[in-house]
Each structure stands twice: as structure tokens, then as C-alpha cells.
Design a protein around this ligand. Structure first.
Ligand code: HAM
Length: 433
């Protein structure tokens, strides 16, 4: 059927970079979100929520130009500068400083929701997208980092995404080596993050540090096992060894978690300015340009916001990207299926149809009924389109016998049975796909 034109002036498309999600897609997204929630809870994380709208200052303080220039920021009707959150970490730290700090430590929390970034949309890169974010506040760095990395990897395993590259670096190595004023440091690190070497050269020239360009470039290209640390110390003479010792201990602790296939990558710089220690990213090589499904690391934002110097570590997954990674690997994501669709045939069956509907729903069986007074064959088409498991046909004969005719829509087999037998069958092993 041709789409009817909308009223004059009514926009036909969602705003650029935002998405509508239909029922099938929503089922897949919810399935993945549910798996991420369950996994975080299995690791002892508890859910929190923060507002979508925050004061602008929360993000201008320390998220870095990468985020700030991408903000949806505006004045509210009271003239206050506000912004739609571009991420969760700053909001969680704000919440920690105002209330959560009274909870016993370590505090392990997760949250899921929409975040907004005004960036150039493309496949896998949106202006409104969903993040699944986890944070640990108040655990010693090594213990917290190992736990957070193990959670991130288990989340992907639980969803069924296998083809991943986990890259772990340490931004503290570069920060303590550069020892620049925050703004200068930010510029050098951003050019390294983007591998924008002309910008790096310009920046280093301005700072009269041209001689470190080559060593820095060699350093950020180093990837591999713990053996790269010796090479890194040679590539960048003067870099402090503590970061390498830390990453070596982290590798050992991750092994105890059963996490083995990680790569150390000294080029993980991250686009956000608040990281101070371990930083990590997970890529799904099947996703093309926007292949990073997760990013995170250790930071001390609470202190920067005037609070205590508590260690913090966390990560965020892009939900759209995990769903895409799972689909690219052919993972069958569980989808909700309607159990029964009730089809009363003829006037005499209408009352009984509603009774059956009520009893099935009351027994916890998901059930829908014909609302359009269609004939049985149209209703069967509709039930099939909804991917219902059983069509429950009720005609005059079934009303008289006190039974229902049940058509299994997967096998096509039809049989008569009591309502109790149908409830038992529908509640039995439910196919999830
Ligand atoms: P982030 O790397 O900016 O980190 O974002 C995390 C993830 O969100 C990315 O790895 C990617 O999967 C997804 N993502 C980012 N931008 C987009 C976009 N425009 N469209 C779709 N997906 C996107 C953070 O946000 C940090 N707050 C993570 C963190 C938590 N660090 C410590 N705690």
C-alpha cells in the first residue's frame, strides 16, 4: 500500500543521526541489553540511573574537546546552560559525589540509556545511541581494572560475539612522560589518538619538542604481549617503568580470571580527557570503520570535581555496535515470541474466545486475539506474521465440547485439547528464536 502523505509540514524523517527501531529490531536490542544486564548482575554490579539532561559544566570540565564540540548544548527556559549527556561517566561521578559516596566501597554500578553526540553520522555512528556503562568506584587500581576488563569480555561472550580484539594500554605512561600543561597535553594526546601526525608535528614544534615526535610515533605503534614493554622503554627513553610493571601484573591477574587473548597496545589513547591509568578498547573486526564496540579505562574524575582521590575504572559498550557485531557473526539472538493467538469463529464463539484469552493471559501465557473480526484464514496469516507459536481456533463445535482446536504454527499440526492442556503445552519449553 502506498504511504499516505503526512499533513503539510509534518516531518517525514527522524532527525539526522537518530533512529526508529521496529519490533523485530527492538527485540534483538532488548535481548542483548538483557544479557548485558544479567552479566553485570552476575558480577555483583547494581543498576543506577542518572538524568538525560545535565548542567553543561559537568562535561566542559574534563571530558575533552572530542566530546565538548559534539555536545547537544542549549539554554533551558530559565536561562541555564544545559546539555544532553554525551556519556555516563561524568554523571556517575557527580552522583557519587552528591550521594553514592555514602555506600560501602567498592561501589559497582551499571546503567543503560541514550546518549547524544553531535557528530557526523555514518554506519554505526549515530547522534543518539544507547550505551551500556559499568563503573567501579573505590577498588584498588589492579583489582578494579581486572574485574572491569573481565566483565567487558564476559558480556561479549554471553551475547555470543567471539571475533573480538581486546587492546589494553596505559595512558599514564604518556602523561607522566609528557608532563605538559593540561591543555597542551590534551592536544598532543588527541593528535596521537587520531593518528593525526601533521597535527602532532605542529603541536610538538610549538612546544619546542620536535625531537620526541619519532619516539612517540614508534611508541604508539607497539602492540603485542608483555614482551613489547622492553621495546617500548627503548623506543621512548625516559618513560617511567611503573606503567609497564602495572600492565605486567594486570596480565597475570587477568589470567587468573581466565582472560588470556588480550593484546597490549600502547597506542590506545582514548578520545576523552579524564583517563589517567589503564585504558582499553574492544573491536569487532567485522564492523568496518566504526568497529570499536567498547571503550573504557581508569580515571580520577571525583578528585578533579573537588572530591576524594578515589580510584575509578569503567567502560561503555555501544549497544548498536554489539548488536551489529552479533549479527555479523550470525549469532541467533533470542526474540520474544507470542505464545497463542485466539481466533473465535462466528458470533457464538466470541464470548468463549474472550474467556480463553483471559485464562491464558492469567496463566502467564502471552496471548493475543482477533480484534478485526476477520475470517480464520486471514487470522492465521496474521498469527504467522506475528510469529505466534499456536493458533487457538474456537468455533461452535469447540464451544459445545468445552475444548479448543490448537494449531502448532511451527509444525502445522492441529489437535483438539482442553484449555488446561494448552496452558501446559504453551508454558512448556518455549523456543527462544
Ligand atoms: P567512548 O569510547 O566515547 O567511551 O564510547 C563508548 C562506546 O560507545 C564506543 O566504544 C562505541 O561502541 C560507542 N559509541 C561511541 N560513539 C558512538 C556513536 N556516535 N554512535 C554509536 N556508538 C557510539 C565513553 O563514552 C566512556 N564514558 C566510557 C567509560 C566509562 N570510561 C570509563 N567509564
Amino acid at each position: 500500500m502506498a504511504a499516505r502523505p503526512l499533513a503539510r509540514g509534518m516531518p517525514m524523517e527522524a532527525p539526522r543521526g537518530t533512529n526508529d527501531y521496529g519490533p523485530e529490531e527492538m527485540a534483538r536490542r532488548r535481548a542483548v541489553e538483557g544479557i548485558l544486564r544479567e552479566t553485570a548482575q552476575r558480577f555483583g554490579f547494581r543498576e543506577i540511573a542518572t538524568p538525560t539532561l545535565e548542567s553543561l559544566d559537568l562535561f566542559t570540565t574534563k571530558s575533552g574537546p572530542g566530546i565538548v564540540k559534539e555536545l547537544y548544548a542549549f539554554k533551558d527556559k530559565g536561562g541555564r546552560d544545559v546539555a544532553l549527556r554525551p556519556e555516563f561517566t561524568a554523571s556517575i561521578v557527580r552522583f557519587y559525589l552528591s550521594e553514592l559516596r555514602n555506600l560501602p566501597k567498592p561501589i559497582k554500578v551499571y546503567t543503560v540509556g541514550s546518549v547524544f553526540r553531535y557528530e557526523e553520522p555514518q554506519k554505526g555512528r549515530h547522534r543518539e545511541f544507547t550505551q551500556f556503562n559499568a563503573e567501579i568506584i573505590g577498588a584498588p587500581a589492579l583489582q578494579g581494572d581486572a574485574e572491569i576488563i573481565a566483565l567487558a569480555i564476559d558480556c561479549l561472550r554471553a551475547v555470543g560475539v567471539r571475533d573480538i580484539q581486546v587492546r589494553i594500554g596505559h595512558i599514564g605512561l604518556l602523561r607522566t612522560y609528557l608532563r605538559l600543561a593540561p591543555e597542551d597535553q590534551g592536544k598532543v594526546l588527541h593528535s596521537l589518538d587520531k593518528r593525526d601526525f601533521p597535527a602532532l608535528r605542529r603541536e610538538l614544534k610549538r612546544l619546542d619538542l620536535q625531537d620526541i615526535e619519532d619516539p612517540l610515533r614508534q611508541f604508539v605503534e607497539l602492540k603485542g604481549g608483555i614482551e613489547i614493554f622492553a621495546k617500548a622503554a627503548t623506543a621512548l627513553p625516559g618513560v617511567r617503568p611503573q606503567g609497564f610493571e602495572y600492565l605486567t601484573s594486570l596480565a597475570a591477574r587477568l589470567q587468573e580470571y581466565g582472560v588470556e587473548n588480550v593484546t597490549f597496545d600502547l597506542g590506545v589513547v582514548r578520545g576523552l580527557d579524564y583517563y589517567t591509568g589503564m585504558v582499553f578498547e574492544v573491536d569487532s573486526p567485522n564492523l568496518g570503520a566504526e568497529k570499536q564496540v567498547m571503550g573504557g579505562g581508569a580515571y580520577t574524575l571525583a578528585e578533579l570535581f573537588g572530591g576524594d582521590p578515589v580510584p575509578q575504572t569503567g567502560f561503555a559498550f555501544g549497544l548498536d555496535r554489539i548488536v551489529m557485531a552479533a549479527e555479523a557473526e550470525g549469532v541467533k539472538l533470542p526474540a520474544h515470541r507470542l505464545d497463542c493467538f485466539v481466533i473465535p469463529i462466528g458470533d457464538s464463539a466470541q464470548k468463549r474466545g474472550l474467556e480463553v484469552l483471559r485464562d491464558l493471559r492469567g496463566a502467564g501465557v502471552s496471548t493475543d486475539i482477533d480484534l478485526l473480526a476477520r475470517g480464520p484464514s486471514k487470522n492465521l496469516d496474521y498469527a504467522n506474521a506475528l510469529r505466534a507459536r499456536f493458533a487457538v481456533l474456537i468455533g461452535e463445535a469447540e464451544v459445545k465440547k468445552g475444548l479448543v482446536a490448537v494449531k502448532d504454527l511451527d509444525s502445522g499440526k492441529q489437535e483438539e485439547m482442553s484449555l488446561e492442556a494448552l496452558i501446559e503445552r504453551a508454558r512448556g519449553q518455549r523456543p527462544r528464536l
